[in-house]
Every structure is written in C-alpha cells, then in structure tokens.
Design a protein around this ligand. Structure first.
Ligand SMILES: C[S@@+](CC[C@H](N)C(=O)[O-])C[C@H]1O[C@@H](n2cnc3c(N)ncnc32)[C@H](O)[C@@H]1O
Length: 277
C-alpha cells in the first residue's frame, strides 16, 4: 500500500496526461499537474497488485483490457472521509425549514438522495435528524444513498462505525441510535432500514437518473475532486431530473456559482442551498 514514488516505475508526463484524462472521463476525479505525485502513488498500488512494469501498460489495460479493473481503480481513487453530524447547517435547514414548507405547500413525494454517501454517515445523519423531529410518523419519506465505491456501500449496508465517525454527533444521540457491536458501534435497525443503498457513478447519468428526480439532493464533498467542466455537466444533468421546487446541497467549501445558472443560491437558516424554482 502507498508505495514510495521513487521506488515505482516512472510516470512520464505524457502517460500522466493519458491516465488523468481517462480517469476524469470515467469517474470525474481530476488530477491537475500539482497532483501528479499523488496519482503516481495511488496508481502505483494498482501496478503492484497487477505485477505490471509500466504505467503505459496500465493505461492500455484500462483502455483496451477487461472492464474488471475499473471497479478496483474506483476503490483506489475513492476518498471516504466522512462523519455523522457533518455540516449540520444544511441538515437543520432541510429538516426545520425546507421540509415543513415543502409539505405545507402540498408538494411531494418526499424523496432524498445522498449522491456520494461514502460509508453512509451522511444519509444516516439525515435519517436520525428526521426521526428526532418526528417526521417519519407524519409523512412517507424515501432516502436513497449511493456511491461509486462498492466497498463503501458494503460498509454502509453493514452499518457498523468506528470512533472517528462519531466526532461531531451529540453523545446523547450516539447513545440513543447506536449499539455496541463487533468492530465498533451499530446503527439501530429502525434508522438503518430507512435508507436504500446502491452503487451509482456521478459521471453516468443513467446510473443516477432515478435518484436525481428527488426534491432534496445532498451531493457534498465530492465536487472538490472534480474539474469545473465535469461539475457543470453533472449539475446540468441533476437540474434536468430534479422536480420544481427542489434543493441541491453541496459541501461548504464547494461553490457552483461560476459553473451553473440552473439553480439559484439562497441562504436558508444557517446554510447556503442551490434552489431550482
Ligand atoms: C469525502 S466523501 C463524501 C461523503 C459525504 N457526502 C460527506 O460529505 O461526508 C467523497 C465520496 O465521493 C465518492 N465519489 C467520488 N467520485 C465519484 C463518482 N464519480 N460517483 C460517485 N461517487 C463518487 C467517493 O467514493 C467518496 O465516497
């Protein structure tokens, strides 16, 4: 794992560009020239596993070989940093302000999509917050959660979390919604079963079209890895599917302002939300 770049075969600049573009095309993840070493090391792990001697060989394998390598590359590229109660201003704006307005105006159905959910902390945070506010007793709510990483989705389906996932959730909610289990703490079934898990690649509209037809889309902390052009394309695809009105939440460090005019940015409570009217 994580080999030293000096012990790896060289990654010549031309090969870096070929691999970078192939990866951007398939997964959206963008390695600019300042991230060449990072890509070198990440792909070095794949070369090692496959006993390949050069990065050009790896390029040819991806481009002309079997599809079987792509899911493995997805795992290599997937950064699954996430935790419960992350960027709660969005969740509060959704649960306390937007959802009551949405229901009072007679809109429906209430469908939520967590579009790059990693190991599941984000959709489970939404489910806990909705449960705490009594929403599941009042309305029928669907939560779908997807990611490109099969390993992450498998962990989300298992629903067992380690200490670092709990860094921000209030202790009383942790005690209420998690039980000790082998390898960590397990989310209680009543909340876990509120979420339907699946695989979807954000660069493949056919993968996510059914989910994007949701009025509430959380796509947070994934666009930071993409180029502006890719983000614009994905957001246009979301805008096509999402109903009116609908609400797109992106991470606090991510801005769509220069990338799309298909949504209006609004301040709702303590959060900024992209609104399709
Ligand atoms: C940092 S996590 C974000 C988790 C969560 N949304 C949050 O804000 O805490 C980024 C996730 O994006 C996923 N990802 C990256 N590229 C993707 C793509 N093209 N399609 C779907 N998921 C992708 C990664 O696998 C990873 O799990």
């Amino acid at each position: 794992m994580n080999a030293d770049p000096v012990q790896l075969p060289l990654l010549p600049f031309g090969t870096f560009l070929l691999l970078r573009d192939l990866i951007a095309d398939r997964f959206g993840v963008w390695f600019d020239e300042t991230k060449r070493d990072m890509l070198h090391v990440k792909l070095g792990d794949r070369l090692d596993d496959l006993k390949l001697r050069s990065f050009v060989d790896y390029y040819y394998l991806l481009k002309y070989g079997s599809e079987a390598e792509w899911p493995k590359l997805a795992e290599t590229l997937s950064v699954q940093e996430t935790y419960f109660w992350r960027e709660m201003d969005h969740v509060r704006a959704f649960v306390d302000l937007l959802l009551p307005q949405f229901v009072a105006a007679g809109h429906g159905p209430i469908r939520i999509w967590s579009a790059a959910c990693a190991t599941g902390e984000e959709p489970l945070t939404l489910a806990i917050a909705l449960e705490e506010a009594g929403w599941f007793r009042r309305a029928s709510i669907e939560i779908a959660a997807t990611d490109m990483s099969a390993v992450a989705i498998e962990k989300a389906r298992r629903g067992v979390y380690r200490e670092r996932s709990f860094r921000a959730i209030p202790p009383e909610l942790r005690a209420k919604y998690f039980v000790p289990a082998k390898g960590g703490w397990r989310i209680v079934d009543t909340v876990h079963q509120r979420v339907k898990w699946g695989l979807a690649n954000l660069t493949i509209p056919g993968d996510f079209a059914p989910h994007a037809a949701s009025p509430f889309v959380f796509c947070r902390n994934v666009f930071i890895y993409f180029s502006g052009a890719t983000i614009s394309k994905i957001v246009a695809s979301f805008a096509e599917q999402m109903p009116k009105p609908s609400y797109l939440f992106v991470g606090a460090s991510e801005s769509l302002l220069r990338l799309t005019n298909l949504f209006e940015l609004e301040r709702i409570g303590g959060a900024f939300v992209y609104v399709k009217k």
